[in-house]
Write a protein that binds this ligand. Sequence first.
Ligand code: ZN
Length: 421
Amino acid sequence: MQKTDPLPGPRMPNQLFFPILRRSGVFGIVKLAPSLPMSPISQLTVDSSQSTAEPSASDRPSYIVDSDRYSRQILFPGIGAAGQQLLSTSHVAIVGCGATGAATASLLARAGVGTLTLIDRDFVEPSNLQRQVLFDEADARDSLPKAEAARRKIALFNSTITVHPRIADLIPANIDELLAPSGGRPVQLILDATDNFETRYLINDYAIRESIPWIYAAAIGGYAATMNILPAPSEHRTACLACIFPKPPSGPVETCDTSGILSTAVNLAASLQATEALKLLTGQPHLMRRTLLSFDLWNLAGQGNLDRSEIATSTPRPGCTVCGERIFSHLAGEGRPHITLCGRNSVQIHERHRPVDLPAMRERLTQNSDLTDVRSNDLLLRFRTRRGDHTLTLFADGRAVIQGTTDITLARTLYARFIGS
Ligand SMILES: [Zn+2]
């Protein structure tokens, strides 16, 4: 089934689109926890000495030359040698390095996009391995931060590109820094691979303000959805996220917890997103799709038919507060609650203003008889409570994930007790 609907007018928002949104899982990837006071700044924690350095010439395999590596892609008329050259000088930021982000990063790294910035706040767990294609069992065993695990894996199959891992939660206070130019190359495109709509609205605000294209992508259950957003002054300007969905959904939404997820749906979303990225980066924005496209790959009622729907996004909505009136409320930090992470019984907390000395913290926690399994690596520290069986994972920026509860108050209490206030 296919249908193409006109862009909604300002008076036809939620009733029409939220059923589609909910059905297709457009937004519904996280549960929101009750609001807490604004969190302090999350900062970069990655060790730049090992993670952001471009491979030296001696590191690069002499037996692989780019003309060979990319030969099949160059043969494709849509790319060609000129397109391949453009890819090599491109800089793309991928926000989120879970299922969608890992798949998209893998595709673009193999395609030869010269610089990738990978932003992710999370670490690899066993339940990720079903769908997150850049991670392996050792990454899960070591609880490696996903951005760093992705960098290491990409370096194994394309050591000629530059990958900047950023272990951080993208928030208003750090978005300018995380999406800053690198090596003199500004971010040309932002790819959404997040699991929550707060971050998507934040990306939308930033992209419209800075006139940087971005591509929304989401998957849940057997659904996949994606949309290209080209801001002004592009002659190919489209509607923005807030044109289509002026407000985030209210009430319960589907999450990975409640609906599960098919890896194939994720890979479809990533594949569509990466293809649109290649069009943009090779200077062909006129070829980019101008719809919000969604698929149901496991259509119970479809009797074998793929359920596909499209909503036109060619024209910005008159009166849109973001791309029309340029009011960037999400960049201003309004309405950002603390978040319960997707797929786990856990809470993320920001409480600190300054980086944590992980070795010193480990030393202190090891002395605490209420704790067990205190482990750490260069990037994070993890320990478990003897009573209650809560696991706390502390990052070097002071951010923590408390597993074993969705109770914000309890999570804050545990943080204050063991990590400090
Ligand atoms: Zn708009």
